[in-house]
Design a protein around this ligand. Structure first.
Ligand code: M6R
Length: 613
C-alpha cells in the first residue's frame, strides 16, 4: 500500500525523502508527493504517476536548505490517481499537511460535517478529511489537536503530520497500518512505513504499535498511547539488512535479482536450524513447549496470494510427515467464516511482510479464540511477529519486486523445517528419515544455484513462441499443484496474460473445454508418486491439440513424444520438487513479461504490502 517517509535532522531533507520513497515505491506507485518546511513556509510538490515524474519537477528543491519534511507514494483507494489526489493533503490555511496510508472509513460523514463548517476540500481522498479535522481542533497545541482528530477516525491509518506552527516536529500515528521510526545518534530521526527506506541511514529502528502517537524531533522521539495518554517505552531493535540488499546490483529488475538470490535465501533460512549430527531441528523462536506440541489436534494455515500457495504445499508435508490434519485458508475468507478453533488448534500465519491486513485480522481472531499463533515471516519486528506467540523467520532479505519470488521459496524452506520440527517432536518419522529429509532440504539450494542459469537460457529460448498468448494454463498434481497455482499467479500479475492454475486431475471436470491449439499449458510432471497420473492428464491435452510445455525429470525421454517444448530438471527428493519446480515457472513469467515490455517490478494496480482490507 502507500509508502510514507518522514525526516527531521541535520541532513537536507529532500534527498533523504526521495531516496526513502524510491525504496518504498513498491508499496504504491500511482502518484507521489513531498512537502518540506523552508523558513516558515511549507513547500509542496506532487505528481501523478511514478516517483520519477515527481523527481522531474523538483530539481531545484533537492538543494533546498530544509531539514524537516514528509513524502508519500500512493496506491489509490479513494479518488483517482491524479495530482490533486496525491498526498500530502493540506488544511484550508495550507500551513498543515498530512500523509496517510490506510482507509478512513467514516470519511464521508466527517467530510460533510467539515464542509458545513466552511472547510473547502481540494481532493476526493479520505485523507484530506484528517487535515481539516486537525485544523478544526488546532489552537496552539498540535499534539492535542491531533489526538482529538484521531479519536474521531474509524478505520486503519498510518499518518504523518507537519505544521508550520511547530517547525521542529513531525507527528506520526499508527493504527492497523505499519509505521517504523529510524533513530540515530547524530543523524536525525526518520519515519517510514517500511524498513528499506531507513537502511541508507540507520539500522536502529522502533516499531510503532496500534493506537500510538510518536513525536519526532531531530534529536529524538517520544511515543504515547492514544488509549491511555501515557508515554510508552519502546524497544530499539537492530536490523541485520543493509542498504545494498535493497538495490538492483546490476540486475535489470528486482524480480530477476530476487529469483537469482533464491539459493542464498534458502540457505540462510535453513542454516543453523538443523543439527548436522543428530538431524534435530532447532526453532527456539517458536516458543512452543513440549505440551503445546503434543496437544496440537489440528493446524490452520492462513495466508494470502503467494504465501497461500506456500501454505498449500505445507499441508501435504505436514499431513504426510507430522501426521497432523491441516486446513489451509485464504485469510480474507478465514476472518469471516465460522471458525471451529480452540486451544488445541495451532494457527500459522504465512506472510512475507508480516503486515497483510487480512492475515493479521485472521490471527487476531484465532488468538482470541484461544489458539496458539505462529508466524512464518520475512520481516523482523513486523506486526504479525509481534502479535504471535512464536515466529519462524525466513531469512530471504528484503524483497522489493511486487511479485514474490525468493520470499516464496524461503517460506517453503521454513515450512519444511517446521514440518520436520513437529514430526520429530511427535515422533511420526524415524531418526533416519529425519536425517535424510534434513539433508534433502540442505542440498536443494545447491541444486537451484547450479540449475538457475541453464533454466533461464532454456526459458528464454522458448519465450518467442509464447509471449503473445492471450491465455495460459498451469497444471500440476500433489505437491506440484500449488506450484501450478503460483506459476499462473506470477504470469498474470506481471505480464497481464490471463492464466489459471489447476490440479491436473481437475482438467477433465471442466477446464479441458478450453483446450485447443491456441491454449498453452505448462505441466509440471516430475517422476514422483503421481507421475503416471500426471502423464495421462498431459496425453488428454495432447489429444485435443493443446500446446504443451513440460517441466519433467532429466532422462525421462518419453516426455519428448508428448510435448511441444520441454525443460528438464534434475532428479531430487520428491519432497523438494515444489522448491525446484517453482524456478522455471517464475522465469517463464519474468521472461514473457519483459518481452511484452511490462514493468515487472511495479505491475499495474498492485502494491507489495496489502495493508488495507
Ligand atoms: O506479505 P504477504 O506474504 O502477506 O503478502 C501476500 C500477498 O499479498 C502476496 O503474496 C501477493 O500475492 C504477491 N503479489 C504475489 O506475488
Amino acid at each position: 500500500m502507500c509508502g510514507i517517509v518522514g525526516y527531521c535532522g541535520p541532513r537536507r531533507v529532500v534527498p533523504v525523502i526521495l531516496e526513502g520513497l524510491r525504496r518504498l515505491e513498491y508499496r504504491g506507485y500511482d502518484s507521489a508527493g513531498i512537502v518540506y518546511l523552508e523558513g516558515e513556509r511549507l513547500v509542496k510538490y506532487r505528481s501523478e504517476g511514478k516517483l520519477s515524474r515527481l523527481e522531474a519537477i523538483i530539481d531545484e528543491a533537492i538543494i533546498a536548505p530544509a531539514h524537516i519534511g514528509l513524502g508519500h507514494t500512493r496506491w489509490a483507494t479513494h479518488g483517482a490517481p491524479t495530482t490533486t489526489n496525491a498526498h500530502p493533503h493540506s488544511d484550508c490555511t495550507g500551513n498543515l499537511v498530512v500523509i496517510h496510508n490506510g482507509i478512513i472509513e467514516n470519511y464521508h460523514s466527517l467530510r460533510e460535517e467539515l464542509k458545513n463548517k466552511g472547510h473547502v476540500f481540494a481532493s476526493q481522498t479520505d485523507t484530506e478529511v484528517l487535515a481539516h479535522l486537525i485544523e478544526e481542533y488546532l489552537n496552539k497545541d498540535l499534539v492535542a489537536a491531533v489526538k482529538k482528530a484521531v479519536a474521531r477516525l474509524e478505520g486503519s491509518f498510518a499518518v504523518g503530520v507537519l505544521w508550520a506552527g511547530m517547525p521542529d516536529t513531525l507527528i506520526a500515528i499508527r493504527n492497523q497500518s505499519p509505521l517504523v521510526l529510524g533513530v540515530s545518534e547524530n543523524d536525525g530521526t526518520f519515519l517510514a512505513s517500511d524498513i528499506p527506506a531507513l537502511l541508507p541511514y540507520t539500522k536502529q529502528v522502533v516499531f510503532m504499535d496500534d493506537m500510538e502517537m510518536a513525536i519526532l524531533k531531530a534529536d529524538g522521539f517520544e511515543v504515547f498511547s492514544l488509549v491511555t495518554g501515557e508515554p510508552v517505552k519502546k524497544e530499539v531493535k537492530t536490523i541485520d539488512w543493509n542498504a545494498a540488499m535493497a538495490e538492483k546490483s546490476g540486475f535489470k529488475h528486482f524480480m530477476q535479482k530476487e529469483i537469482f538470490e533464491q539459493p542464498q535465501a534458502i540457505t540462510n533460512t535453513v542454516s543453523g536450524r538443523i543439527n548436522p549430527e543428530s538431524g534435530e531441528i532447532v526453532l527456539p523462536e517458536m516458543h512452543l513447549t513440549e505440551d503445546d506440541v503434543q496437544n496440537i489436534d489440528r493446524i490452520f494455515l492462513v495466508a494470502c496470494g503467494t504465501s497461500w500457495h506456500a501454505a498449500l504445499v505445507a499441508k501435504y508435508w505436514l499431513e504426510k510427515y507430522a501426521n497432523i490434519p491441516v486446513e489451509v485458508d485464504i485469510a480474507s475468507e478465514f476472518r469471516y467464516r465460522h471458525l471451529l478453533i480452540n486451544e488445541r488448534v495451532l494457527t500459522v500465519a504465512i506472510s512475507q511482510s508480516g503486515e497483510t491486513a487480512d492475515t493479521l485480522a485472521g490471527i487476531r481472531i484465532a488468538k482470541e479464540m484461544g489458539a496458539k499463533i505462529i508466524t512464518i515471516c520475512n520481516v523482523v519486528g513486523s506486526t504479525m511477529t509481534r502479535e504471535s506467540h512464536g515466529t519462524v523467520y525466513t531469512h530471504a532479505g528484503p524483497e522489493i519486486g511486487v511479485a514474490s519470488t525468493k520470499a516464496f521459496t524461503a517460506q517453503l524452506a521454513a515450512l519444511f523445517l517446521f514440518t520436520l520440527y513437529l514430526a520429530q517432536k511427535k515422533t511420526t518419522i524415524s531418526a533416519e528419515q529425519s536425517m535424510e529429509l534434513g539433508r534433502d532440504l540442505i542440498g536443494i539450494s545447491t541444486v537451484v544455484e547450479r540449475e538457475l542459469p541453464r533454466i533461464q537460457q532454456e526459458v528464454q529460448a522458448l519465450v518467442e513462441r509464447y509471449y503473445d498468448c492471450r491465455d495460459f494454463l498451469f497444471i500440476g498434481r500433489g505437491l506440484n499443484y500449488p506450484i501450478a497455482l503460483e506459476g499462473a499467479l506470477k504470469l498474470k500479475e506481471i505480464s497481464y496474460i490471463h492464466a489459471e492454475g489447476y490440479a491436473s486431475g481437475e482438467l477433465k471436470h471442466g477446464p479441458i473445454a478450453l483446450i485447443d491449439k491456441d491454449m498453452p499449458v505448462l505441466a509440471l510432471v516430475p517422476q514422483d508418486e503421481v507421475y503416471q497420473k500426471s502423464i495421462s492428464n498431459v496425453e488428454e491435452i495432447k489429444a485435443r491439440q493443446g500446446r504443451i510445455i513440460l517441466i519433467g525429470t532429466d532422462g525421462d525421454s518419453h516426455l519428448r513424444n508428448i510435448t511441444d517444448d520441454i525443460i528438464y530438471m534434475p532428479k531430487v527428493a520428491n519432497a523438494m520438487n515444489p522448491i525446484l519446480y517453482t524456478i522455471p515457472a517464475q522465469l517463464l513469467a519474468y521472461e514473457i513479461a519483459t518481452k511484452r515490455g511490462c514493468d515487472v517490478d511495479q505491475p499495474r494496480n498492485l502494491a507489495k504490502s496489502v495493508t488495507v482490507e
